[in-house]
Design a protein around this ligand. Structure first.
Ligand code: HEM
Length: 448
């Protein structure tokens, strides 16, 4: 083993709080500044004891996410999600995670998700057909509604209204309270009967009941279902010939719902905002739609030919990655680059910071979808651009998400042009669980 130095550079911070205040007041600015001032490997503290390492070099990121990933587990914020989603893919670890991932992976293969394209298009068209020429719409809310509609349809074969009422409402209640809990520095166990804990437990039970009822109905019915729930129910572990238990199914459904809904809505919102503020890109996109789709409605098979549209989505994911940071807790002492990391330390990696690094991206703050032409991604080190993470924990829904964003965009842009109202508030990213626009984004809708 090579000789390791003890401490990477970093800000000294306050004796007691470390850099907690700066981090909390503007996490993105804080992380960008750390990169600028201290480089590829930075150390800082949040609170009196908690040591953080912030890593900004593609090769070192690869060590954390891929080659030495066995020495890490998910960071504490994700661990607290277990209260909500149980032991689903996002929160489970080690052998249990490996087994579940193997079981679920085939359902998300490129060839399998093509069959969901039709639902993605129909859900979008049913929603946007009510939009009126000249109206101003809260697009961030619309995109949440559309992605909720799509996940309800593809997962449970539920139509829009049913999906929103049956799953959307209890899910939203759990999420709101769950996020409040994640942000608390001291998290009392759920069995401590505080007012917030009681509310959260009640909301989790309500959602559990809904999902259990859906699973029970399905188990009782002998028909074959092609939706995601049907595919997950059929999935079989080849080593011991077993299917998922009801509890595993419920945890995975909740996880996929949670992981796939808001991230995709944010990506769509940011993309539409960028289109609204870059009319030259909007024109090129509309031309591509005319060439590929023509005057008919978009179809799933158009996806692979909408190459400029795909580049727009990659560029939006570069500038505003919905998953803007990945956290890992050191589970056993490990050496990364020149440094020894100890069990219990936390490693942070930020897509937001890496994607704006001028070493890899010329004019990094500019929206230029053309940069993704000519296999640009293949010329980059893998972990310079990684909106979906990497290694064994890479986003399982990456192909699903890309197809969804492209098809929803195609439906909207074919029919409407979007612009930013003159009196719109300054649009700023707000880094919560995902990177969303602070105070939402409203856009003016014009018929094409
Ligand atoms: C633009 C949209 C999306 C983005 C940016 C995104 C991003 C990510 C990232 C970065 C991770 C890895 C987190 C980590 O390593 O700690 C992840 C994991 C995950 N994502 Fe996505 N995601 C998106 C959409 C979706 C969709 C549509 C689904 C499902 C339908 C989904 C399901 C999941 C699941 C289940 C995991 C956990 C995988 C595992 O650990 O095995 N995501 N996502």
């Amino acid at each position: 083993m090579s000789q390791t130095k003890l401490t990477p550079p970093g800000p000294k911070g306050n004796f007691l709080l470390g850099n907690l205040q700066e981090f909390q007041s503007n996490p993105l600015k804080f992380l960008l500044n750390l990169r600028k001032e201290y480089g590829d490997f930075v150390q800082f503290r949040l609170g009196p004891f908690q040591k953080f390492y912030f890593i900004n070099d593609p090769e070192l990121i690869k060590e954390v996410l891929v080659t030495k990933q066995k020495s890490f587990i998910k960071s504490e914020d994700i661990q607290t999600l277990k209260t909500v989603v149980g032991e689903g893919l996002l929160t489970s670890e080690k052998e249990f995670h490996r087994r579940q991932r193997k079981l679920i992976q085939p359902s998300f293969k490129r060839s399998n998700i093509l069959s969901y394209g039709e639902d993605m298009i129909n859900t979008t068209l049913n929603y946007i057909f009510k939009w009126k020429n000249g109206e101003e719409r809260l697009i961030s809310e619309d995109m949440l509604n559309i992605t909720l509609g799509i996940i309800s349809k593809t997962m449970f074969n539920m139509e829009f209204k049913e999906g929103a009422d049956v799953i959307g409402e209890p899910m939203e209640a759990v999420m709101k309270l769950g996020i409040k809990r994640m942000r608390k520095i001291v998290k009392l166990p759920l069995w401590v009967p505080t007012k917030q804990n009681r509310k959260l437990k009640k909301a989790i039970h309500a959602l559990d009941d809904v999902l259990n009822e859906i699973i029970k109905k399905r188990r009782a019915c002998n028909e074959k279902h092609e939706d995601l729930l049907g595919v997950l129910m059929d999935a079989k572990d080849e080593t011991d010939d077993t299917h998922m238990s009801d509890k595993q199914l419920k945890d995975e459904l909740m996880t996929i719902f949670l992981a796939g809904h808001e991230t995709t809505a944010n990506a769509l919102t940011w993309t539409l905002y960028l289109l609204a503020t870059h009319p030259e890109v909007d024109t090129k996109l509309f031309d591509e739609l005319n060439n590929v789709v023509g005057s008919s409605l978009p179809k799933p098979e158009h996806f692979s030919r909408l190459l400029y549209t795909q580049n727009i989505v990659w560029e939006a994911l570069r500038l505003y990655p919905p998953a803007y940071v990945i956290g890992r807790e050191v589970d056993e002492d490990v050496v990364i680059g020149d440094y020894s990391l100890k069990k219990g330390d936390t490693v942070m990696i930020s897509q937001y910071v890496m994607h704006r690094d001028e070493t890899y991206f010329k004019d990094p703050t500019k929206f230029v979808p053309e940069r993704f032409e000519n296999d640009f991604m293949k010329t980059l080190p893998t972990y310079a651009f990684f909106p979906f993470g990497g290694g064994p924990r890479v986003c399982i829904g990456n192909h699903f998400a890309l197809m969804e964003i492209v098809l929803v965009l195609a439906c909207i842009v074919q029919q409407y042009q979007v612009t930013l109202p003159d009196d719109h508030h300054d649009v700023k990213p707000q880094p919560l669980i995902t990177l969303r626009p602070k105070h939402g984004i409203s856009l003016l809708i014009k018929d094409r």
